[in-house]
Design a protein around this ligand. Structure first.
Ligand SMILES: [Zn+2]
Length: 345
């Protein structure tokens, strides 16, 4: 099949059978439309009609996306709703053949409602255990301490993580408004997280130039970069990422949606990053809100970015390799990938 592309259905059918890891995905962006209907119809019965729910997710610009996000987030009325959210996440993971996921959760908006961090986490942890027992899918959380609300809030989030002290929470991330919250402000929080033995990632180079990626590496000592796409503008940075094996968590559809550095998938810098030896992974960021799943993103690589099947296999393996699971577990998962690949491709 050297030159001829596999057709879409065959590609999806086979790829679904390959065990995969996803390491950049926000749990708040994973409610199924059915679950959104349940949440929203408690305040407005019109959302019992799925056509009105679909309408919520029909948009083509960032402002409407944010409106939809806030509408759904505002519909969470009690911490128990997070159990339902994790059920939605489970369905997503199963549908995409994902066996390991590192998910962001940004607690600040909910803490502002007066909810307790422990209460929310108890629902998450219970579901994470259940999903592992029932479906053998392992989920770990990264708490997004956010660039939006300042360093004091971020340190407060970190303190809550340390106090909760669960092996289900493996580290922290830095999402939110990249322009508003430069990395320098979060230097101490990240140093404290490192001291406490937590893993550290940061969204950077999604909405700000390569300097933001440099800062996240040099000032925050981030172990992986979320997006990092503006790095392509700085040859030295691309070389630094490759030489120092600092992985990028690439989310192609998300970047095309925000249109900051990428106007269409075909122009996504994941191709040159890969060719220049940067370790790239493929992720969805906000599946429900961008109407995309992990199989779609791999299809994008294959059908629009000229990734060969062997290269796709490498990207799949990368996600396990740069995940924060113990080394012995990585080897086991990668062996499973190789086995399944041999049977399917
Ligand atoms: Zn993200």
């Amino acid at each position: 099949m050297a030159n001829k592309l596999m057709d879409k259905k065959e590609f999806y059918d086979k790829l679904k059978n390959i065990p995969k890891a996803e390491i950049h995905l926000h749990i708040e962006a994973l409610p199924s439309r059915k679950f959104v209907s349940k949440l929203l119809s408690r305040q407005d019965p019109k959302y019992k009609d799925m056509a009105n729910v679909d309408e919520v997710f029909t948009y083509d610009n960032l402002t409407q996306f944010i409106q939809a996000f806030l509408l759904v987030q505002g519909a969470f009325k009690e911490p128990e709703d997070f159990a339902g959210l994790m059920e939605s996440a489970r369905d997503y993971l199963i549908d995409n053949g994902i066996v390991y996921a590192e998910m962001f959760f940004a607690p600040t908006a909910f803490l502002k409602k007066g909810w307790q961090f422990e209460q929310i986490m108890d629902f998450f942890v219970k579901k994470i255990d259940e999903i592992y027992e029932k479906d053998h899918i392992k989920i770990r959380l990264l708490i997004d301490v956010s660039r939006t609300f300042g360093a004091e809030n971020a340190q407060n989030n970190l303190d809550l993580v340390l106090k909760y002290n669960s092996d289900k929470i493996i580290g922290i991330g830095l999402g939110g408004a990249e322009i508003k919250g430069p990395a320098a402000e979060y230097k101490d929080v990240y140093a404290n997280a490192k001291k406490a033995g937590l893993c550290r990632v940061a969204h950077a180079g999604e909405d700000v130039g390569p300097e933001s990626v440099w800062d996240s590496i040099k000032l925050l000592d981030a172990q992986r970069i979320g997006h990092g796409i503006s790095s392509i503008q700085d040859e030295n940075l691309v070389k630094y990422l490759a030489d120092n094996k600092i992985p990028l968590e690439i989310c192609p559809t998300s970047n095309v949606f925000t249109k900051k550095y990428v106007q269409k998938i075909e122009e996504h810098p994941i191709r040159p990053f890969f060719d220049k030896g940067v370790i790239v992974t493929v992720n969805t960021d906000d599946p429900t809100f961008f109407n995309v799943n992990l199989l779609d993103e791999y299809w994008n690589l294959y059908s629009k970015l000229n990734f060969t099947l062997d290269e796709i296999k490498q990207v799949i393996i990368n996600a396990f390799e740069v995940s924060f699971m113990p080394e012995a577990d990585k080897a086991k998962y990668i062996e499973e990938v190789n086995k399944a690949w041999g049977k399917n491709f």
